[in-house]
Every structure is written in C-alpha cells, then in structure tokens.
Ligand binder design. Sequence first.
Ligand code: THU
Length: 127
Amino acid sequence: MTNEELISMAKKAMENSYSPYSEFRVGAAALGKSGTVYTGVNIENASYGATVCAERCAMFKGISEGERSFSRIAVVCGANRPAPPCGMCLQVMTEFMEPETGEILLEENGGIKVYKLKELIPLAFKL
Ligand code: THU
C-alpha cells in the first residue's frame, strides 16, 4: 500500500461525507497492522457535538473489527488545503498508533506530506 494509494482511498471515501452543516468534507483511510484499510468520513449531526470526525470514524471501524494498531492514516478535505487532525483525533491515535513510527499523511502543496504522530501530539495524555 503506497502513500498515494492511501490518499486516494481517503479521497474516494470523502464522497460519502455527511456534512450538511459545515459543508466541510473530510475523508480518512487508516492502514491497520493486519494490512486492511479502513476508510471513514465526517458524520455531522443537528446536535453539533454529536459529530464524529473522519479519522475517528475510520479508526473505530477498524477497532470494532478487531484491529488494534494502525501504521498510517491519510486525511484529506474538500477544501484546497491540508486537513490536519483535530486534538481529539490525535489523542485517539495515540492509543492505537506508535508515536515514533505512526504516520499521518496530508496533502500539501500538490504533494503528500508525512508527519510522525509524535510531531503532531508531542505530549499525549496517558493513564
Ligand atoms: N473534522 C474532521 O472530520 N476531522 C478533523 O480532524 C477535524 C474536523 C470535521 C468535523 C466537522 O464535520 C467538520 O470537519 C468541521 O469541523
């Protein structure tokens, strides 16, 4: 699975974004250690706080199928700019991705920029 393939799976998934309130479409594709890719979209709600982000949607699909670790996650949005994960999604990532090796792929300047999870959330909450 190349980074380009993972990004294009996130883009394909984004077509199913349910975002009538913000009209901000997000798609994600998380590569599990098993080799399976789980895609997700943002799913909004009239009660705004009930909205789920694309990244958590993708990871939760995998986790509910028995996946416990992801090596990479691609995130894209409908606007012509990078879509860095929000703090809550980063915190969830710290539970299921290695901080030093887990990678977040974003589209930047017409290319793919690869961030290590540790770069985006250097001091995650842990119990
Ligand atoms: N959103 C995501 O899907 N991922 C993020 O990491 C940040 C925000 C969604 C939630 C909402 O549907 C829309 O973007 C605007 O906040």
